[in-house]
Design a protein around this ligand. Structure first.
Ligand SMILES: Nc1ncnc2c1ncn2[C@@H]1O[C@H](COP(=O)(O)OP(=O)(O)OP(=O)(O)O)[C@@H](O)[C@H]1O
Length: 237
């Protein structure tokens, strides 16, 4: 997917001005940036929810169609069980009830919630609810995934566990993914590339990460140096 020469302003507030950015098909691009510099706007433009004033979003054929979203809050249906919350994401795509059940149980197992299928959201912890949301976003057979800070406001242990669950699911069925976060560590652990917003014309920083996701250790010297560059870009913008 490619943002080509995108321009967007809200009144006098120019967010993008001939902005170019590419996400390789079936890769994750992490996007960090100071508050108010256009991260959510970029996601909304990718989703077609906000129309740019100029430029275009060019998608590969396999990225067209429905989109999976994952937000900071899980946005589950309170009166449906864990099972049904995930199953609903499949109803329009899989007509066989037996096949839907197989898919839902697979994803619940991948996020460690096999034993919670019959529970309601109010009976779950915050971390469990977010795991349901992750399972639902992967059960939805979309080839484009938009993540808006889904790991924010979680304690560090939970965050690491959710990141692992996410990576396991993503590696199983890779999709073109735009991942917005405030956290440079998360950006580096998840992204095939990271970029920092802050200039309407171009990313302040864009860097590919060659280390395989599963082999990444945030204490690694190369990753620490990349984190320092991201932090530098964030504070200097
Ligand atoms: N519908 C709107 N009308 C007017 N201004 C808007 C609208 N949506 C966003 N903006 C402005 O556009 C700018 C970018 O907003 P956006 O939400 O994309 O930033 P962000 O980087 O996601 O911020 P944060 O990190 O705080 O979530 C902000 O200055 C915001 O006030």
């Amino acid at each position: 997917m490619r943002f080509q020469s995108i321009s967007k302003a809200y009144g006098a507030n120019c967010i993008f001005d001939g902005f170019d950015l590419e996400i390789e098909t079936r890769s994750i691009l992490s996007v960090v940036g100071p508050s108010g510099e256009g991260k959510t706007t970029l996601l909304q433009i990718a989703a077609g929810l906000v129309k740019p004033d100029g430029g275009s979003v060019i998608k590969e054929a396999e990225e067209e169609g429905s989109i999976s979203y994952l937000f900071q809050e899980p946005r589950l249906l309170p009166h449906s069980t864990v099972f049904t919350n995930v199953e609903l994401a499949l109803r329009s795509f899989v007509s066989s009830r037996v096949e839907r059940e197989r898919v839902v149980l697979h994803y619940l197992e991948m996020v460690g919630l096999s034993d919670s299928a019959c529970l309601y959201p109010a009976q779950l912890s915050g971390g469990m609810r977010q795991r349901v949301a992750i399972a639902r976003s992967f059960a939805h057979p979309a080839k484009l995934m938009l993540l808006d800070e889904p790991f924010q406001s979680l304690d560090i242990k939970l965050k690491v566990n959710l990141l692992k669950a996410f990576i396991g699911l993503w590696e199983e069925s890779p999709r073109t993914t735009l991942f917005v976060t405030h956290d440079p560590k998360e950006a580096i652990l998840l992204g095939d590339a990271v970029c920092c917003l802050g200039d309407p014309k171009k990313p302040l920083l864009y860097q590919k990460i060659d280390i395989p996701r599963k082999a990444r250790n945030i204490g690694d010297q190369t990753l620490l140096a990349l984190e320092a560059s991201l932090v530098q870009a964030l504070v200097s913008s």
